[in-house]
Design a binder for this molecule. Structure first.
Ligand code: HGY
Ligand code: MN
Ligand code: MN
Length: 415
């Protein structure tokens, strides 16, 4: 059956049209998007998606986590579901391809399968997962669907409990609904995602498609360096307990330590909030958003210990107190070998070059990897840019990725 459909292709113009419509929602002047989870722009994008799904004659579904999906049922109502998807939420002032391309390509696959009257042995579901980016929690919708979400995750989210409650209220969701979204593993046939690479390896090697081998794990903390507010003019330099010094020294030292001792890992201090935060007050407190990533569980434990020890020593160096708050973790996960094989076969049928790639970015697939077979493909990012309005992928590469997604879905959906 799949051989018969090897010449099938998605409708590139139709996908471009829906992609461009979506990119306007929360679009920024420099052709990026600003759609943080449950912001007005993100809610507008979700509403647009629902209208688009229903206008195209698909059954629309949503769950207690606010995941939105289009359903293309097969003849056997008891058959499991193959989910294709990604996410519509973005980082603040991000790019228009991260997540959105995967959702539009997933929908385009359902449209192409239906209009060609193809009968698979699985239900197909095109999915937009809630809060993939972690503005609120991170991989929120996929973790909820997988049954991995805990009350703790919701009580201590990395975006702050207040923001999460406000966001959920805007979307008509709650802790209770979030925790009700889990699906049974036997209902899932697998999960496939097309995503931009967000790095330079495909572009540098001139390769069309990256076939993801593994997705890194991600741990998050809030580190509070606590000193003493004082007059910025009349307090001598020796007398200051300046919280900014500990936070800044930690950020520099963490980078050096990871580059020296943890070559497979990365560390990021993505935000520092100064309190009280004024020109003429010695900073009393600096809250730092610490995130670190590794492909290896064992390395995480060593890295976690080393970073916290470093934070304590840098705080002590400047006479500061240190408070740490653990804000969750996502485990590293391996992609499924059979799914990777289906992607390889699909690239070969399409005459597209491909290479195996580990993912330094987190993705919803890592929530589902212990529940069902999961696989991802990447398409090249120009200059590796992402999480920035500079994010760009050539449309022919987007179309290549969507065709590989289609061919793999036909292979895996045909049992
Ligand atoms: O942060 C990430 O790795 C992904 O873009 N959510
Ligand atoms: Mn993404
Ligand atoms: Mn992202």
């Amino acid at each position: 059956m799949t051989q018969a459909f090897s010449s099938l292709r998605i409708n590139a113009d139709r996908m471009l049209d829906s992609f461009n419509q979506l990119a306007l929602i929360g679009g920024t002047a420099d052709s990026g998007v600003d759609r943080p989870s449950f912001s007005e722009a993100h809610l507008a994008a979700r509403a647009w998606l629902r209208r688009h799904i229903e206008a195209n004659g698909f059954e629309f579904r949503t769950d207690g986590a606010g995941n939105h999906s289009a359903i293309l049922s097969c003849d056997d109502s008891s058959a499991p579901t193959l989910i294709l998807g990604s996410h519509l939420d973005s980082v603040p002032n991000g790019g228009r391809f991260d997540g959105a391309l995967g959702v539009m390509a997933a929908l385009e696959v359902l449209k192409t399968v239906r209009e060609n009257g193809i009968k698979l042995k699985v239900q197909l579901e095109a999915m937009d997962f809630t809060d993939e980016e972690g503005t609120l929690v991170g991989l929120l919708g996929s973790a909820a669907l997988a049954g991995h979400l805990s009350k703790e995750n919701l009580e201590k989210p990395r975006g702050g409990r207040e923001r999460l409650l406000e966001g959920m209220a805007r979307a008509g969701l709650s802790d209770v609904s979030m925790l009700s979204a889990a699906r049974k593993r036997e209902t899932l046939a697998g999960y496939l995602e097309l995503h931009i690479e967000q790095g330079k390896r495909l572009e540098r090697s001139g390769t069309d498609i990256g076939i993801v081998t593994a997705i890194v794990g991600i741990w998050s903390y809030k580190l509070s360096f606590i000193g003493k507010a004082d007059h910025a003019g009349s307090t001598t330099m020796e007398d200051r307990r300046d919280a900014s010094l500990g936070a800044s020294a930690f950020a520099l030292a963490a980078r050096e330590m990871v580059m020296r001792d943890f070559p497979n890992s990365v560390v990021n201090v993505g935000k520092m909030d100064f309190v009280p935060g004024a020109f003429n007050i010695v900073p009393a407190q600096v809250d730092a958003a610490l995130e670190f990533r590794s492909p290896d569980d064992e390395e995480f434990k060593r890295l976690d210990k080393a970073l916290l020890e470093l934070a304590r020593s840098e705080a002590a160096r400047f006479g500061l107190e240190l408070q740490t708050e653990f804000l969750g973790k996502h485990l590293p996960s391996l992609m499924d070998a059979d799914v990777r094989g289906a992607f390889v076969d699909s690239c070969d049928v399409l005459g597209l070059s491909h290479m195996p790639l580990p993912s330094g970015a987190g993705h919803d697939g890592q929530s589902l990897a212990d529940l069902c077979p999961v696989g991802m493909i990447f398409v090249p990012s120009v200059d590796g840019a992402s999480h920035s309005p500079r994010e760009f992928t050539k449309w022919e590469d987007c179309v290549n990725g969507a065709n590989v997604l289609l061919q793999a879905a036909l292979r895996l959906g045909n049992g």
